[in-house]
Every structure is written in structure tokens, then in C-alpha cells.
Design a protein around this ligand. Structure first.
Ligand code: GLU
Length: 237
């Protein structure tokens, strides 16, 4: 099972994400990680095998540096529990970060294709393949926006996933997608929360959208929550 937490708003993203991960600990996990989109528009990443407390032990200097971020508790399916295999994973160009619950069944075929195109991998996970597939789509078609590239990548994979993705060149934006793993979006006043269930954000808002199967959402303070179907890009109202 394991968990995902995300935040974009005006509060300290580190506190929201770490406290949210603690609320998801009951789901079971072997590693934990966090990525923050710093106000200078670069990523800060910390991740480790072990507990959320271990993550806090290596990341307390990230307190108060960002208003956007996401975190993950991992239950290893592809690759042993280790610091390197922990999430978040970054794309080769280091601009895209992903957290993922679930399994990408056809990761091996895609990994072989990406290695053929010059991509390299730091972990044994299926997840790192997906984030590099997003980069690949942005690299081969410069007109493709970040949300379009995520959608294209998701249409190439099968398996089960709940994902949250961030891009350094799209500050303040979180993209989520879901197929076979739960994901909820909490709607606050000038802030949005993402979590595997509502427990990380109930203290902040009672309003939530439970993302439906095969849907993705682009979430930003400017444009709110825009939901589309992954398959045919249909806008969901
Ligand atoms: N398959 C991914 C991995 O092994 C995600 C596992 C999870 O759901 O935490 O890293």
C-alpha cells in the first residue's frame, strides 16, 4: 500500500508533507522521502530507507524553504528497500520529480527503449522508468507541455499506479494520476493537498475530490484543479 502526500499553497510544505506521511504510516512502508520545490525554483530532495523519523533526521534543514512539495512512503516491489530505490525519483535532466504507489508492469520494455536513447538509471525501480518516459516525451516534442507529456507517458504504461509529479520549469504545479491505487485532493482556501487518503489534510479542509480511475489532474493555485481522462484527454467537470 504505502503513501503519497503533496501540497501547494502558503504554508510550510515540509511540515505538511512530513506530518501527512506520519498519518499514512499505518499503511506500512520500508522507506520515506520528500522533494520540495524551493522558492528559487530548484528541487531539494531527501530520502532514506527506514521510518519517517529517519527521514526527519536527515532533512530538518529543509524546514521553511518551500510552499510546494510532495512525499512518499515506499513498500518496495521493484528493487530492495534502500536509499537509492526510495522515492522521489528524478528524471535524467533532474527537472522532473515523481512519487509513485503501485507497479508499472511493462517497465522493462520501456527501460530498454530509454537506455537505447541514452538514458541512465540510478535505481532498480519501475518508477524511475516512468519519470524518464515523461522527460523523453518532452525531449522528442518540444511543443508538448508538462501535463501533456505526463498523459502521453501514462498512456504507454500498464499496471497500477497513483502518482504525483512536479517539474522545475512549472513551479507551483502538481500533476496527479490514478489507476488502481487511491488518491484524494483536498481543496483548501488558497491551498491544495494531495494524499492517499484524506487523513493528512482533514485538519485543514473538509472538501475533497477523490480522483477516479483513469483520471489525472493538474493542480495549481492559479488555475485550481483541472481533471482530464488519461486515455482521451476529455475534460471532466
Ligand atoms: N513499485 C514502486 C517501487 O518499488 C512503488 C512501490 C510502492 O507502491 O511504494 O518503488
Amino acid at each position: 500500500m504505502c503513501g503519497i502526500v503533496g501540497y501547494t499553497g502558503f504554508q510550510d510544505a515540509y511540515e505538511i508533507v512530513i506530518n501527512g506521511l506520519r498519518r499514512l504510516e499505518y499503511r506500512g512502508y520500508d522507506s520515506a522521502g520528500i522533494v520540495l520545490d524551493k522558492d528559487d525554483k530548484s528541487f531539494a530532495v531527501a530520502k532514506t530507507k527506514g521510518k519517517v523519523d529517519d527521514l526527519v533526521g536527515i532533512s530538518e534543514d529543509l524546514k521553511g524553504i518551500a510552499h510546494v512539495g510532495m512525499g512518499h512512503t515506499r513498500w518496495a516491489t521493484h528493487g530492495v528497500p534502500s536509499d537509492r530505490n526510495s522515492h522521489p525519483h528524478l528524471s535524467n535532466d533532474k527537472k522532473i520529480a515523481i512519487v509513485h504507489n503501485g507497479i508499472i508492469e511493462n517497465y522493462d520494455t520501456i527501460k530498454t527503449m530509454l537506455i537505447g536513447k541514452g538514458f541512465t538509471f540510478q535505481s532498480e525501480t519501475d518508477t524511475e522508468v516512468l519519470v524518464n518516459l515523461v522527460q523523453y516525451f518532452m525531449d522528442i516534442d518540444y511543443t508538448l507541455s508538462f501535463p501533456e507529456a505526463v498523459r502521453s507517458a501514462l498512456n504507454e504504461v500498464y499496471g497500477a499506479y497513483a502518482i504525483t509529479v512536479m517539474h522545475e520549469d512549472y513551479p507551483g504545479i502538481l500533476i496527479v494520476g490514478r489507476l488502481g491505487s487511491p488518491l484524494a485532493i483536498g481543496l483548501g482556501d488558497k491551498e491544495y493537498f494531495i494524499a492517499s487518503d484524506a487523513s493528512p489534510f482533514v485538519e485543514f479542509t473538509k472538501e475533497a475530490i477523490y480522483l477516479e480511475e483513469g483520471h489525472m489532474a493538474t493542480i495549481s493555485l492559479e488555475n485550481g484543479v483541472e481533471i482530464r481522462s488519461i486515455k482521451d484527454n476529455e475534460k471532466i467537470t
